[in-house]
Design a protein around this ligand. Structure first.
Ligand code: PGA
Length: 259
């Protein structure tokens, strides 16, 4: 299982230090067949490099990386800046970036290519909004989000091996509304199928892609979500901000079979 924390724009410096220290020493993050990833605000990457270190079982990374390697992009962060501070991962396509930064599928695909080419592992977030779900367009929307990225990766000659996908229905993020187990299972199956169909030629024998669920995951609902066949972990926002509660979630994940 992969359990990833997305702190978003939360936690003071002092709170961040406390979280990182607590996490670095907690056995929940050193379980067999378990990977914890912390997606941090960019300014906390140096803290993570110092407190957690690059050899630790916990991996950390950025919540975004720019589609270009460098340049006049005020306020942005490059993949190389993330790896320069020991970051191994970045998120791309989170719905808050899609919504508040007007990132479309093609832009996100370019970020995926840039991140992977710079040595990062990339977690691609996909998911439909409430209207799209009500109108029955959710499979189509998610397929398009995936297809655009698969095509860009194939064009760039990149394989899918350093990628995870997080299915996050927008209507479940930060709302306390969790998708039904059946909705999660069928969408995760659809994601695997879509990626298999759209993978580049060299990728048809690739390992199974990790597909995580995200959207109001917490210690109360985690066990039944993690027990689903098609779920390989979770991307966790609100419930990741408290280091101890987050560690408890990772312990619950550790009780499941390896992905
Ligand atoms: P949430 O956020 O757990 O607070 O719903 C998940 C996310 O946005 O990644």
């Amino acid at each position: 299982m992969i359990i990833a924390a997305n702190w978003k724009m939360n936690l003071s410096r002092q709170q961040a230090e406390h979280h990182l220290q607590h996490s670095a020493s907690h056995p929940a993050h050193r379980q067999p067949h378990h990977q914890t990833i912390l997606f941090l605000p960019a300014c906390y990457l140096p803290l993570a490099e110092t407190i957690i270190g690059v050899e630790h079982e916990i991996a950390f990374g950025g919540q975004d990386c720019h589609a270009e390697s460098h340049g006049a992009f005020t306020g942005d962060i490059s993949a190389e800046m993330i790896t320069g501070f020991g970051g191994r991962w970045a998120l791309a396509g989170h719905s808050e970036r899609r919504q508040y930064h007007a990132e479309d599928n093609h832009h996100i695909a370019r970020k995926m290519v840039q991140g992977l080419s710079s040595g990062l592992k990339m977690m691609l977030c996909v998911g439909e909004n409430e209207t799209q779900r009500q109108q029955g367009q959710h499979f189509e929307i998610v397929a398009l989000q995936l297809r655009t990225v698969c095509e860009a990766l194939a064009d760039a000659g990149l394989r899918l091996e350093n990628i995870a996908v997080a299915y996050e229905p927008v209507w479940a993020i930060g709302t306390g509304k969790v998708a039904h187990l059946e909705q999660i299972n069928e969408m995760h199956e659809h994601i695997q199928q879509t990626v298999r169909t759209n993978a580049g030629d060299s990728d048809h024998t690739c390992h199974k892609l990790p597909v995580l669920y995200g959207g109001s995951v917490n210690a109360q609902n985690a066990a039944e979500i993690f027990a689903l066949d098609n779920v390989d972990g979770a991307l966790v926002g609100g419930a990741s901000l408290d280091a101890e509660k987050f560690a408890q979630l990772c312990l619950i994940a550790g009780q499941n079979q390896p992905c």
